[in-house]
Design a protein around this ligand. Structure first.
Ligand SMILES: [Fe+2]
Ligand SMILES: [Fe+2]
Length: 320
């Protein structure tokens, strides 16, 4: 979407939007937006909807390893929630003048905007429940912040439901991890998964604050916390739980600093085929991380193809 299109759709000036927000009012649609607000809201909604959408094929791949039919049922119910969350985001983008069919079904896989972590396959039931405990926790931290801070009314209200469902997903993960870590084999398998997934989730929160580009996300109250604050909030939830179940993670609480400290080189190089962090090489620059994200990872094409296949192989289209 070009700036000119945004300019035609969003009639307000920056000053009008700021005055509206300063009066404690929410933005309820295009009529309350400036082109800058619209561009920023489209960007954050696209990231959110893409993340929800791609979690479906990612979790589906792992769900086939469910130990029993009722466990498969739990996984399917989580996947169904994620598709509904994606639908909320895309539907709002439709209201903001975006062509939803093009966005969901015709966009090249590489242009999807979800976190790189989902490009790495989940190959077992243990990896699925670890993803619930780590990735869904990240989703919960991010969306709770949007829920509390967002100035876009329709999204804010929809997130009340999303928040509750994400709580169910991460509890599903935690319940399973508690059960699995009761015996040494289970603990070893969880540890192997957490070893690569923990650092991928740290990355999820993006560039550190001093390098962050999109400041309108905070200026406009799209979100309340900075990337580093969100990363801290995630560690505050995850690290004590991992300690409790005897799983080691490369982060600890520094009482003097009053915050969590990452104990390994970060960001670091990642071998996506072996799913291993090459920590001996020391930390790398965020430019290298951005290059890996931009190239996308091993499952990107497969997952997007799964999501787009039905649209491309039938003459039926979404009902008008
Ligand atoms: Fe979700
Ligand atoms: Fe979720």
């Amino acid at each position: 979407m070009s700036y000119i299109e945004a300019h035609e759709l969003a009639p307000w000036t920056e000053a009008e939007v700021q005055a509206h927000l300063a009066a404690g009012k929410l933005v309820e649609g295009l009529r309350h937006m400036s082109p800058k607000y619209l561009e920023g809201m489209r960007r954050i909604l696209t990231v959110s909807a893409d993340t929800e959408l791609v979690s479906a094929p990612s979790y589906l791949l792992a769900a086939q390893h469910a130990p029993a039919l009722n466990n498969f049922g739990s996984a399917m119910s989580i996947i169904q929630d994620e598709l509904a969350h994606a639908h909320i985001g895309y539907r709002l983008l439709g209201d903001l003048g975006v062509d939803m069919d093009e966005l969901i079904y015709e966009r090249p896989a590489k242009q999807f905007k979800y976190p790189y972590a989902f490009d790495v396959p989940l190959n077992s039931w243990v990896e699925l429940v670890c993803a619930n405990a780590l990735y869904d926790q990240a989703g919960f931290v991010l969306l709770s912040d949007v829920y509390q801070s967002s100035t876009f009314g329709p999204w804010k209200r929809a997130l009340a439901k999303v928040d509750k469902e994400e709580t169910f997903h991460l509890r599903h993960g935690r319940t399973w991890l508690k059960k699995l870590t009761k015996d040494p084999d289970g603990t070893a398998e969880v540890q192997r998964a957490v070893d690569w997934m923990f650092i991928l989730t740290l990355e999820w929160f993006g560039l550190p604050d001093e390098l962050k580009k999109h400041s309108e996300q905070l200026d406009y109250g799209f979100k309340g916390k900075t990337n580093d604050e969100l990363r801290q909030a995630w560690m505050t939830a995850v690290v004590p739980f991992m300690d409790e179940i005897g799983i080691e993670v490369p982060a600890h609480y520094d009482a003097e600093a009053g915050s969590y400290v990452i104990d390994c080189p970060f960001p670091a190089r990642f071998d996506e085929e072996k799913r291993e962090w090459l920590l001996d090489g020391g930390p790398i620059g965020w430019d290298d991380v951005l290059a890996r994200w931009r190239a996308r990872g091993p499952m990107n094409q497969t997952y997007v193809r799964t999501l787009q296949r039905g649209y491309q192989t039938t003459s039926l289209r979404r009902a008008a």
